[in-house]
Design a protein around this ligand. Structure first.
Ligand SMILES: *Cc1c(COP(=O)(O)O)cnc(C)c1O
Length: 378
């Protein structure tokens, strides 16, 4: 079935008692059991909740997986996934990984004995060169945040498989609507569902998804044991947001393409990163492994003065952290998503103080460009 149909129907079984077309919101923390010998489908809500379950079924189905675990944030999904490893293990990680992922790896899991090597994963050879005898997994993001670097996921997953490693991909920017890493041979997909999946800037949530049932059991064990679960109310809101993912992604992507092309020829803009532009270094690889460039782009102004003026002057776009909402969000990676990264690490990765990231929402792109143009010319 096409993903457009799956978005509407996966995890949306008609509720059998009343016939409701919307999954009921179950707040119960515990469920009465029918007998000592056999328990019912649900016992305690950390282990499972029918509303959360419907969302997990939907996400697993969309990614082409068998198991999805819903967590209280994208970072809870990432951290819970990292609990699959043991002290002494090593991971190879793409170098402009999400700032919070960088932080949890270098400040928390490092204390606990998990080591990481950051590499420019746009060249598979760099990944191969960083693999050690104790390496257990690759942790990748494509497109990456905030420079939209593209990693050849199929080549990385093939290398990992050959070396007996897991491949973990943060698929937040693409969503399963545009890219499905499990189908490219990757083992675990992570999401900050806070972004496009929910899409309305009113929930913080995360997911870990896998196609391998045994790996799914291990993720489910961590979800229940560590307990960083998603609550039923947020699960319900996310399910509702998810149903319109196709129209939101298509429309926002259309706007992003128009705005990226306009910025690329604007005299006050020195650089635009968007995988949909033919000049983007990862354009061909991205096109081969996804069905669209998405709705996030980043660009650099020609001065810090102008950067500050635009960030503080926008009214239609929100100057805010986060992305993937129905409203356009302009953010400042150096002080926001990558504030957790030391200044010298940011500089090494090309995250300069004139770089901004734009997540295009559902407004008319003409109005968004008029706002930027006014601020750039005033
Ligand atoms: C926001 C984000 C995260 C973290 O998710 P939270 O829901 O904020 O915890 C992880 N990865 C990427 C790419 C993100 O944009």
């Amino acid at each position: 079935m096409d993903i457009a149909t799956r978005l509407i129907h996966t995890g949306a079984a008609v509720e059998p008692v009343q016939g409701a077309l919307s999954v009921p919101l179950y707040h119960a923390s515990t469920y009465a059991q029918p007998s000592v010998e056999t328990f019912g489908a649900w016992d305690y809500a950390r282990s499972g909740n029918p509303t959360r379950h419907a969302l997990e079924v939907a996400i697993a189905g969309l990614e082409g997986g068998t198991v999805a675990c819903a967590f209280g944030s994208g970072m809870a999904a990432t951290s819970s996934t990292l609990l699959l490893f043991q002290p002494g293990d090593h991971l190879v990680v793409c170098d402009d990984v999400y700032g919070g992922t960088f932080r949890v790896m270098t400040r928390l899991f490092s204390q606990w004995g998990l080591s990481v090597t950051f590499v420019d994963a746009t060249h598979t050879a760099n990944i191969a060169a960083a693999i050690r005898p104790n390496t257990r997994a690759l942790f990748l993001e494509s497109p990456s945040n905030p420079l939209l670097k593209i990693i050849d996921l199929q080549a990385a997953a093939a290398l990992a498989k050959d070396k007996g490693l897991l491949t973990i991909v943060d698929n937040t920017f693409m969503t399963p609507y545009f890219q499905r890493p499990l189908e490219l041979g990757c083992d675990i997909v992570i999401h900050s569902g806070t972004k496009f999946l929910n899409g309305h800037s009113d929930v913080v949530c995360g997911f870990a998804v896998t196609a391998d049932p045994a790996l799914g059991e291990r993720l489910r064990f961590v979800q229940n044991a560590f307990g960083a679960i998603l609550g039923p109310n947020d699960a319900w809101l996310t399910l509702r947001g998810l149903r319109t993912l196709k129209v939101r992604m298509e429309e926002s992507q259309k706007g992003a393409g128009i705005i990226a092309a306009w910025l690329a020829q604007h005299p006050r803009i020195s650089q635009v990163w968007y995988p949909g532009l033919p000049g983007h270094p990862g354009h061909a690889v991205h096109q081969a492994q996804s069905s669209g460039p998405g709705a996030v782009l980043s660009f650099e102004f020609d001065s810090f003065e102008l950067t500050k003026k635009v960030l503080e002057g926008v009214r239609l776009m929100a100057f805010a952290v986060s992305l993937g909402g129905v409203e356009s969000i302009l953010s400042y990676p150096a002080k926001m998503s990558h504030a957790a990264m030391p200044a010298e690490e940011r500089a090494l990765r090309g995250i300069s103080d004139t770089l901004v990231r734009l997540s295009v929402g559902l407004e008319s792109p003409d109005d968004l460009m008029a706002e930027l143009d006014r601020l750039m010319n005033s």
